[in-house]
Design a protein around this ligand. Structure first.
Ligand code: ARG
Length: 276
């Protein structure tokens, strides 16, 4: 009787120890698994790869680095930071600007970032985030034309080069009596002005400035006031769920300084109204 009790005690102890071992080894395994990289990644993204459409010839927002051939620029850094913040995986595709606007409208791409101005007309087919950059249009001429063309008021009857499908083309058509000449690549517009085949170029201020300083060796100069507000937004096909995700991420990185760091990297100063 005494022995039987001991045996029972021993057996129940053994079972208890085994159970405890089993239990703890199981939970250990569970913890290790969820701490692996795979587990963390799976939680961070939804497993899909979203296509981002952009351009490759719009300094300093998106262009090919001359030495490395890599696609670089403010928009590229921005969308990379936003995707990370929003926890989505992206793949970047480049094509010409008018194709980006059209492709977003038809749902061919998930996201578009290309220094694209938020306009009422585009809003009919595209959903935009809040503005992420405030640009404006500016006129530029060569030294030879600087006396004759001092502002947009002097372009009537002149040939003004710009980019196809851009807000500048629309501006020229709607607000001036100039003859717009719109090229598929803005570099062609600049080259035509430098070669004297067009009288002036109208385009987004940051691009004109960057091009005239870095590429045109001071031969192209801006004239007159900055025209109209051009708020750049990131675009999505109508009704896309990504719009709010990326918009929230944009709010976050504007608040936490990431946006300012990227801005400073490309524009040499922090955006107005912010301090380091
Ligand atoms: N902001 C102007 C527009 O939306 C020009 C943009 C050109 N962007 C580009 N990636 N080429 O029409």
């Amino acid at each position: 009787m005494y022995r039987k009790l001991l045996l029972t005690l021993f057996l129940s102890l053994l079972i208890g120890v085994l159970a405890a071992c089993g239990g703890s080894s199981e939970s250990d395994a569970g913890e290790t698994e969820s701490a692996t990289d795979d587990g963390a990644e799976a939680e961070k993204t939804d497993g899909k790869v979203y296509t981002v459409a952009t351009d490759n010839a719009y300094v300093p927002f998106e262009y090919l680095d001359e030495e490395s051939g890599d696609l670089v620029g403010f928009d590229i850094d921005l969308i990379t930071a936003l995707a990370e913040e929003a926890g989505i995986e992206i793949e970047i595709e480049t094509l010409e600007f008018a194709g980006i606007v059209a492709g977003l409208g038809s749902g061919k791409f998930d996201i578009g970032i290309a220094g694209m101005t938020i306009t009422e007309e585009r809003k009919e087919n595209i959903d935009f985030t809040q503005p992420y950059y405030e640009a404006g249009l500016i006129l530029a001429v060569t030294e030879e034309n600087a006396d004759e063309i001092q502002s947009i008021d002097d372009v009537d009857g002149k040939v003004v080069a710009t980019r196809q499908g851009s807000t500048s083309q629309e501006y020229l058509e709607e607000n001036t009596e100039a003859t717009p000449e719109a090229f598929p690549e803005i570099v062609e517009a600049y080259q035509n002005v430098l070669a004297g085949r067009a009288d002036a170029v109208l385009y987004d201020l940051p691009n004109v400035q960057y091009y005239s300083e870095k590429e045109a060796g001071g031969k192209l100069k801006t004239v007159g006031e900055k025209l109209t507000g051009e708020d750049y937004g990131i675009g999505f096909p109508k009704g896309s769920e990504l719009r709010d995700k990326i918009d929230d991420a944009l709010t976050t990185i504007k608040e936490n300084g990431t946006y300012d760091d990227i801005y400073e990297k490309w524009f040499g100063e922090r955006p107005e109204g912010t301090e380091k």
